[in-house]
Design a protein around this ligand. Structure first.
Ligand code: MD3
Ligand code: FE
Length: 352
């Protein structure tokens, strides 16, 4: 995998490079090997749900995070101090690439030559308040990068959160379980991680927790590989691709309110097979860049609890990161009181 960030947020798993200058570094307080206790909700409240989906099930369902509209938002340049969509940006894709690209997506190809690039669009944008009423469609953000919003139902989310809690639990050896990874640069990632199958440590994989208790990495469960196959098959609408997918690494990341991950590439895996990403809890802004460098163009995509994202083909080596989460947006009913969990499935290509 890659280059993720230290304290400030980011640090590539592969190569530690400075973050994009547009992103101010805000040191997070994370101590090496700090134990991250997941804020698990004690009991699952029986919450009545908004009948957002066409046919609400008879039983009380999990109130899935309100859907995000497909609408594009003003082509504002996102910055940390003034994040696009903070509070109002409910569009799945907030900003894409260059201004010209944004104009193109608005179907207003002429605007670029008038010097009025930033003028409001002719058609009014969907009022942000209505955004939550609209479904978020599946979307191929870039070739091979497919976003399937609300892919996991409430029960699946609950079960995954429970599994993450078990994986992230401190162990008898003193191994803290989910913890902040220390980078060779001396930085410490603000995200807390626990690995299954192969242990990742910047910037390589091992079957033992070399930067921890030295014990064996947690096993990669069969059911998780099966979930990965379903994910790939559905994202690519390709049964064969799904059936052939054999992930043997899972990285489970926990983001507290301050945590973020800077732009990086995931290249510690030897296999070119796709990465499957599942999000739980608080929403986040996921930044999907290009394969060349960590500058623009990039697309900011809102990832919500239950969303699936598959990154394969030409997108496998794209720079990506999580500039921020949206604290308080998660539904406690899935068993996570605060923060965001992300599970990525990968194929190591390292052999048995
Ligand atoms: C695009 N995690 O663990 S998931 C990571 O939300 C990581 O915790 C982020 O980046 C998270 O390495 C983003 C989405 C993701 C994961 C792997 C990718 C996108 C990717 C690999 C290649 C391209
Ligand atoms: Fe990554």
């Amino acid at each position: 995998m890659q280059s993720r960030q230290p304290t400030q947020a980011t640090q590539p798993r592969h190569r530690v490079q400075p973050m994009h200058s547009a992103q101010p570094r805000q040191p997070t307080i994370a101590t090496e090997n700090q134990v991250a206790t997941l804020p698990i909700t004690p009991a699952l409240p029986a919450v009545a749900t908004l009948p957002i989906t066409p046919a609400p099930p008879a039983t009380a369902t999990l109130p899935i995070t309100p859907a995000l509209p497909d609408t594009d938002v003003e082509p504002t340049t996102p910055t940390e101090s003034s994040p696009v969509g903070a509070g109002s940006g409910r569009a799945s894709v907030l900003v894409t690439g260059s201004a010209s690209q944004q104009r193109g997506r608005r179907g207003d190809p002429g605007a670029g030559h008038t010097g009025l690039a930033m003028t409001p669009p002719a058609e009014p944008l969907m009022p942000a308040e209505l955004g939550a009423l609209l479904p978020r469609p599946r979307r191929e953000v870039a070739p091979g990068a497919v976003h399937l919003p609300d892919w996991l139902d409430g029960d699946e989310q609950r079960r995954l959160v429970e599994a993450c809690r078990e994986w992230g639990r401190p162990r008898a050896s003193g191994e803290p379980g989910m913890r902040a990874t220390r980078l060779p640069s001396g930085g410490v990632m603000s995200v807390r991680t626990v690995c299954l199958g192969w242990h990742w440590r910047p910037y390589r994989y091992s079957r033992t927790v070399d930067d921890g208790d030295g014990g064996p990495v947690l096993p990669f469960p069969r059911w998780l590989a099966e979930l990965g196959r379903r994910a790939v098959a559905e994202a690519y609408r390709d049964r064969a691709a799904g059936a052939a997918y054999e992930p043997d690494i899972a990285l489970v990341n926990y983001y507290d309110e301050q945590a973020k991950m800077g732009l990086h590439q995931d290249k510690d895996e030897r296999s070119p097979d796709p990465v499957v990403s599942l999000s739980l809890g608080d929403s986040c802004v996921f930044r999907f860049g290009n394969t060349e460098h960590r500058n623009r163009p990039w697309a900011d995509v809102e990832l919500c609890s239950g969303d699936l994202f598959v990154f394969g083909g030409p997108s496998r080596l794209a720079y990506h990161g999580v500039p921020r989460t949206r604290p308080g947006t998660g539904d406690p009913a899935i068993g996570l009181r605060a923060g965001r969990l992300n599970i990525t499935l990968r194929v190591s290509g390292l052999g048995a």
